[in-house]
Ligand binder design. Structure first.
Ligand code: PLP
Length: 501
């Protein structure tokens, strides 16, 4: 493809993208194809000769569109959002054009320096304590996903505790043996409602994992007492808890752990690395009314949130902040001769490869920069507050029909979880009611997704099967929540009648 062909193709692609985004609400969110749909639509092998862009582009509609789940639709209310935006798309375009594996500062100084500056901007914007800023001992780095951040933190925490425990031991075989023995006793911890990424990170790090109970009576959050109990139980068994993921907005209900209490524990157990995962809810910290939540971070080690969830930066973009960047560098800096250069040796530059697991890195800060400048802080606050209001609106709809629905949690950061009440039966036990309610809720939930117009997710909370609704796409509006609500009422009527027959 030469420049003039690219110009024509790119213009056509942009027109296509604009049309797609402008008409997205007219589509069902979920595709209606079956697994394996794509194979018969494509040839068995790559074409021998190059094809015209117009032919390739036409296959987007024919081949790709039928298999898409439309995450940018206002009728997407599943999981958490994954919001793209037009300035974010422009950022990705430029990043593609400059394409580089910018692992060292010299590999593309603008990639490193813009990332440092933009991460400091964002840290300030969400009121993260100054200790996370790059002008002190801390700093921010962009990673792909929260899961990558958590693995990076868990492995660094594991190495930090081994270094601390074996500081006086001379290097050599004996130390290596001791480290291997100690690793088997290390325990990473996370709330029972923390995202599965902590458990996965423990598997990758070769440590144990322990879930800290977070029952409904505690609002599905981890309390200081619960964390202390888990730590003490581990210690009583001769194990060494070394890491905890505190959650600011759990996946199931958007619950917030007792961060103030956990900060007190952090002072008592300074060898436990505390990481705060605010993957979704962290974006709300741009609004002053949520910023009191960041105070305890002073006593923690690291923090992350995904700008690609709620802050309009295209996937992937997880902001990872560290209080002492040395904790990462001590683990991840390995410098073979082919990576050496005078700038790195000078100590005047940041080489982000020393803060992360992969070597190469994309120019992700461009899309953050474009989004922040296009919307401005005020524009982004309007977006978040609008979604919070929509959450309250949906919650009020549920409360207007307590004969049909029961709210389980929320609205919390726009997420509400709820169940459907089964038909009353004289003399039914609590257990029978629970079973009937679970079945009814699951049936209705599955019926909504089968229709495909809306996409919801569900979860089991202390044995209760609950539907989650979070409407936080850029184009979210009350009318879509109203339509969903009316659809739920209709389905409730269908499934509830004769349900216990
Ligand atoms: N942490 C929380 C609280 C989440 O809700 C999620 C996903 O929804 C994740 C982590 C994982 O995010 P990622 O896909 O960025 O790894």
């Amino acid at each position: 493809m030469d420049s003039s062909q690219f110009r024509k193709a790119a213009h056509a692609a942009i027109e296509d993208i604009i049309k797609y985004r402008d008409t997205i609400s007219e589509r069902n969110v979920l595709p209606s194809i079956s697994p394996g749909y794509l194979g018969p639509l494509l040839p068995d092998a790559a074409p021998e000769d190059g094809e015209e862009w117009s032919k390739i582009q036409s296959d987007i509609d024919r081949v790709i569109m039928p298999g898409l789940t439309h995450w940018q639709s206002p009728k997407f209310m599943a999981f958490y959002p994954c919001n793209a935006s037009l300035p974010g798309i422009l950022g990705d375009m430029y990043s593609g054009a400059f394409n580089a594996a910018a692992f060292n500062w010299i590999c593309s100084p603008a990639v490193t320096e813009l990332e440092t500056i933009v991460m400091d901007w964002v840290g300030k914007l969400i009121n993260l304590p100054d200790c996370y800023r790059s002008d002190g001992e801390g700093g921010g780095i962009i990673q792909g996903t929260a899961s990558e951040v958590v693995v990076t933190a868990v492995v660094a925490a594991r190495e930090r505790i081994l270094r601390r425990r074996l500081i006086d031991m001379p290097e050599g075989e004996e130390k290596i043996d001791k480290m291997a023995e100690m690793r088997g006793k290390l325990v990473a911890m996370g709330s029972e409602h923390a995202h599965s990424s902590t458990q996965k990170a423990a598997i990758i790090a070769g440590t144990r994992f322990r879930a800290v109970p977070a029952p409904q009576s505690a609002g599905f959050a981890v309390t200081k007492a619960a964390l202390r109990k888990t730590i003490e139980e581990c210690k009583a068994r001769g194990l060494e808890p070394f890491y905890y993921t505190a959650t600011l907005g759990s996946t199931a209900t958007c619950a917030i752990d007792d961060l103030v209490g956990i900060a007190e524990l952090a002072k008592e157990f300074p060898d436990i690395w505390i990481h705060v995962d605010a993957a979704y809810a962290g974006s709300a910290l741009i609004c002053p009314e949520y910023q009191h939540l960041t105070k305890p971070m002073e006593d923690f080690d690291s923090f992350n949130f995904n700008l690609h969830k709620w802050l309009l930066v295209n996937f992937d973009c997880s902001a990872f902040y560290i209080k002492r960047r040395k904790d990462l560098i001590d683990t991840y800096s390995i410098v073979p001769s082919y990576l050496r250069n005078n700038f790195s040796e000078s100590g005047l530059v940041t080489d982000y490869r020393d803060w992360q697991i992969p070597l190469g890195r994309r120019f992700r800060s461009l899309k953050v920069w474009f989004v922040l400048r296009t919307y401005g802080v005020n524009g982004l606050r309007v977006l978040i507050r609008n979604h919070i209001k929509l959450g309250e609106y949906f919650h009020s709809l549920l409360l207007s029909r307590t004969d049909v629905f029961k709210v389980i949690t929320g609205p919390a950061f726009a997420l509400t979880t709820f169940v459907l009440n089964p038909k009353k039966v004289e003399g039914a036990t609590e257990a029978q009611d629970l079973l009937a309610g679970n079945k009814l809720t699951q049936e209705v939930y599955e019926a909504v997704n089968r229709k495909g117009e809306f996409f919801l997710t569900s979860g089991v909370l202390d044995g209760v099967y609950a539907i989650r609704v979070v409407s936080a796409t850029e184009n979210a509006e009350e009318k879509y929540l109203k339509a969903l609500f009316e659809g739920l009422i209709e389905l409730a009527g269908e499934y509830r009648d004769g349900y216990r027959d």
